[in-house]
Design a protein around this ligand. Sequence first.
Ligand code: C5P
Length: 406
Amino acid sequence: MSTPMDLAGKHIVLGLSGGIACYKAADFTRELVKAGATVQVVMTEAAEQFITPVTLQALSNRSVYTSQWDAREPNAMAHINLTRDADAVVIAPASADLMAKLAQGRADDLLSLMCLARPLLSCPLLLAPAMNREMWAHPATQRNVAQLRADGTLVLGPGNGDQACGEIGDGRMLEPAELFAELVAFFQPKVLRGKRVLISAGPTFEPIDPVRGITNHSSGKMGFAIARAAAEAGASVMLIAGPVHLPTPRNVRRIDVTTARQMFDAVTGAASAHDVFIATAAVADWRPASFNDHKIKKQPGEKSPPSLELTENPDILAAVARLPAAPYCVGFAAESHDLLKHAREKRVRKGVPLIVANLGPATFGQDDNALTLVDANGERELPRADKLTLARQLVAEIAARLGAKA
Ligand code: C5P
């Protein structure tokens, strides 16, 4: 998916403490720079044992700071100056030792000194722990992590899996792409904090026989982008996905289904426990009336092809909108012509407050889209943009409508 310059204008101070995960910091730096951030790297002496400042200087395009005695700063106060224009300090990897120091407010090297001297209100601290599983599980580390959280630090991960030492467990640093997604999410406005959002996405597949079926070109990209945007906005998100080949966005619970009826069961079972339902799925309107247990074979000399009897699928969105404890329902209208007319009619027919209209052939499988929001007050255009940008705008629009309703 084409991504927006998610960190344009942001200045990030990236701290590295000692650990083998230092090698991941190189890729992470690249991701930050590619997304438009300026990156100032600060390394501890131990970090320099794992990766050189030259590597990080080349990737960040700025010389790296490693010592509180650095004479480059005119006032000799690198520990103060470095965070004054920073939007965040991210420490990746954060070693057990560094976290112990920060928890105690010790300041015997540039990185810990800088963290203690940073302006608490304008410069948040994010840590990506990286260590052996026993070190992570140790009561001393857990005590330090709890203290750091209580002090307002955001702890990213750690992940779980194979460790450089050969052991398996909790303590791996998150991958650069995961750290990047967490940081981008951190900067998004939390307009859906505390809300529960249910989303249907992708096509459905209606089997004819064991090898054939009826489906459509929906890629699921719009629905997955909305799930990511809602999670970034602080919502707890459940995504009911038809058959698609997309990774699950971070912090989203996903349930995979195949047919419209499976999607109906999954969505209606969960709907009442949610504040918002966004129906982006391109649900097949009809399914074969019967399923052939065996592949329908072409017979030699057959004059006419077999006929396929269809029956209607349940309308998931309309059913949810009719529930006594219905969430705020948002429908999608993918049309090939007369977009607005169909969208207005659909809004009334399905009994939902908001319909998002788009041109089917111009959106299916594409990374970009353009949306028109249709509600009781009229229409609003969200001009062509990548789907994640549109998803964030749609989330803000929904949040504003929820606020108005409350
Ligand atoms: O009626 P139509 O398929 O054009 O309506 C599209 C909207 O209704 C989308 O939001 C889609 O997810 C939802 N829908 C549904 N169940 C169906 C058909 C459509 O939830 N069976």
